[in-house]
Design a binder for this molecule. Structure first.
Ligand code: HEC
Ligand code: HEC
Length: 281
């Protein structure tokens, strides 16, 4: 039983390790994104031309606006974000062997336009023009909306939810909106919401980090790890509902929060207006 409250020493260390790994991963992702950015993606004429070529040749399989269907989605796709322009270009030109994706006899120009269109379908929130007031959004995040109790941005906040320091680069505006309105829809098991009740009546609520035959590890809402022996527990509740509550802000506040989140990228100088304090990385 004591085990439940005895988890104070090494958890602190592992929190720090987790945190710095997260930040490194985020920085890597931003770098990857930079190197694959198509200057054409913001070229409105190329995007438009690409769109009509897409509708004529691709939407049958990849769906309207790249939402997917018979073939994988091309919009808001992590796979596409990980591909370089040349790789997308090559897939369109040569196809993918042994699949329905055949090469297309289109001109270089047409294929470039298609790449521009596909990139545009994957534009991050940061690359989009998001209305709303940044400063009010920041205030909500750290204040009334309660986000910072679970999420870190730029080294400040809670550890239970994902680090949002690079969220503007990682997600599109549509994905951010969805994450707030309908939390957990795309959640991985990394964020499984659980509650453990000990035999002594203590209740520990948080995210399941590990679950084995004899023990369970929970990261609680204050960012503390608990390694609990199942023999010490009365009950473990595995919630279907996500830990994150759906955001019920008024429309204007919601937009301000989006404006703030969409500006969060891990890139020195990129979010200067956001940062009253020094960044820690
Ligand atoms: C007959 C159906 C079909 C048509 C038409 C088609 N594709 Fe595909 N496409 C596929 C399939 C199936 C795959 C997945 C191949 C695989 O398994 O790797 C794919 C894969 C891709 C990929 C790689 C996606 C990824 O996540 O790796 C891109 C990019 C792509 N298609 C672009 C296009 C474009 C642009 C067009 C129009 C010029 C087009 N496709 C037309 C069926 C199609
Ligand atoms: C009680 C903890 C908690 C609170 C409060 C909370 N979140 Fe979350 N949030 C999570 C968890 C956990 C996830 C991971 C998915 C899930 O299980 O819901 C998440 C996911 C997200 C995501 C998606 C991240 C991604 O990688 O796609 C965004 C964006 C987000 N939260 C923003 C917010 C904002 C903005 C607020 C305040 C309005 C907020 N969250 C409040 C716990 C919380």
């Amino acid at each position: 039983m004591i085990r439940a409250s005895r988890t104070g020493i090494w958890p602190g260390v592992s929190c720090l390790v987790l945190l710095s790994l997260d930040l490194l991963a985020a920085a890597e992702r931003t770098k990857a994104q930079d190197s694959s950015q198509n200057p054409l993606a913001s070229d409105a004429a190329a995007v438009k031309a690409g769109e009509s070529t897409y509708e004529a040749n691709c939407s049958l399989c990849h769906g309207a606006k790249g939402k997917g269907g018979r073939a994988p989605r091309l919009a808001d796709s992590d796979d596409i974000r990980d591909m370089k322009d040349q790789e997308i270009f090559a897939v369109i030109q040569k196809g993918v062997p042994d699949t329905e994706m055949a090469g297309f006899p289109l001109s270089q120009h047409q294929i470039s336009d298609l790449v521009a269109f596909i990139r545009n379908l994957n534009a991050s929130a940061y690359q989009q023009n998001v209305s709303g007031d940044f400063a009010s959004g920041q205030k909500l995040f750290y204040g009334a909306a309660g986000c910072a109790s679970c999420h870190i941005i730029a080294g400040k906040g809670g550890l239970v939810g994902p680090d949002l320091s690079n969220i503007g680069a990682e997600r599109s505006l549509a994905q951010l909106t969805e994450a707030l309105r309908n939390p957990g829809a795309g959640a991985t098991p990394r964020y499984r919401h659980v509650r453990a009740l000990t035999r002594l009546g203590q209740s520990i609520d948080g995210i399941m980090k590990n679950d084995s035959t004899y023990s369970i590890q929970i990261l609680d809402l204050n960012g503390n790890y608990h390694l609990l022996l199942k023999s010490d527990l009365q009950e473990i509740i595995y919630f279907k509902e996500p830990l994150m509550p759906a955001t019920t802000l008024a429309e204007k506040d919601f937009q301000n929060l989006l404006a703030y989140l969409s500006r969060q990228v891990v890139q020195l100088g990129a979010n200067q207006q956001t940062e009253p304090e020094e960044r820690i990385y």
